[in-house]
Design a protein around this ligand. Structure first.
Ligand code: FER
Length: 182
């Protein structure tokens, strides 16, 4: 399935954007949980335009600089809506090399195991801090972000889920270090 297609339609349903804006969204937000090759974005924009799901206006900046500002069409909204309503299966658990090492922990020295787990604990804690900072900025920018129809409500949800998950991971790492050290 062309999931990138729906990611672009979803973004354009929030506001009109240039190809550059869309790439930036992938870099800053969407790409954190749905990675896309940036080189795929422009071909997808072209294809969506040909299919009539999006259209663009050319905005002129200065004498030469032209940029296409894309917007979603009614057909594009219908396409997005159909996809949003399709139920998703639970994805396979993502491959995590650290989990594989954990599975084989009985082959490790205590000192090495403590080092490995302590490192992971530090990294995961940093990730929680980073995600919580993003959530703080998001909430400060829009105090009504927790409402269903606020444009950033979805961003709020994916961030809070990621924070819960990472905090759970940190707790488990702390418990594991406790087991190893006893
Ligand atoms: C963000 C939105 C979601 C973000 C990260 C996520 C770092 C999710 C990450 C994850 O599930 O690991 O803006 O910024």
């Amino acid at each position: 399935m062309r999931v990138l297609k729906f990611a672009i339609l979803g973004l354009l349903d929030q506001r009109d954007l240039t190809g550059y804006d869309i790439t930036k969204h992938f870099k800053d937000t969407l790409g954190q949980f749905w990675s896309a090759k940036h080189s795929q974005i422009y071909p997808e924009l072209k294809r969506l335009t040909e299919e009539g799901f999006i259209q663009f206006d050319v905005h002129i900046h200065g004498k030469k600089l032209e940029k296409k500002v894309y917007q979603i069409t009614d057909a594009g909204k219908a396409e997005l809506d159909e996809w949003l309503r399709t139920k998703s299966p639970i994805p396979e658990t993502t491959k995590d090399e650290f989990m594989l090492k954990t599975f084989f922990i009985s082959s490790m020295d205590k000192k090495d195991a403590v080092e490995l787990f302590t490192h992971q604990l530090l990294e995961r804690t940093k990730k929680v801090d980073m995600l919580e900072h993003k959530l703080k900025v998001l909430t400060e920018e829009d105090p009504s972000v927790q409402l269903l129809h606020s444009v950033q409500f979805g961003h709020f949800l994916v961030l809070t889920r990621a924070i819960e998950r990472e905090k759970g991971y940190v707790l488990w790492l702390q418990k594991t270090l406790h087991f190893i050290n006893q």
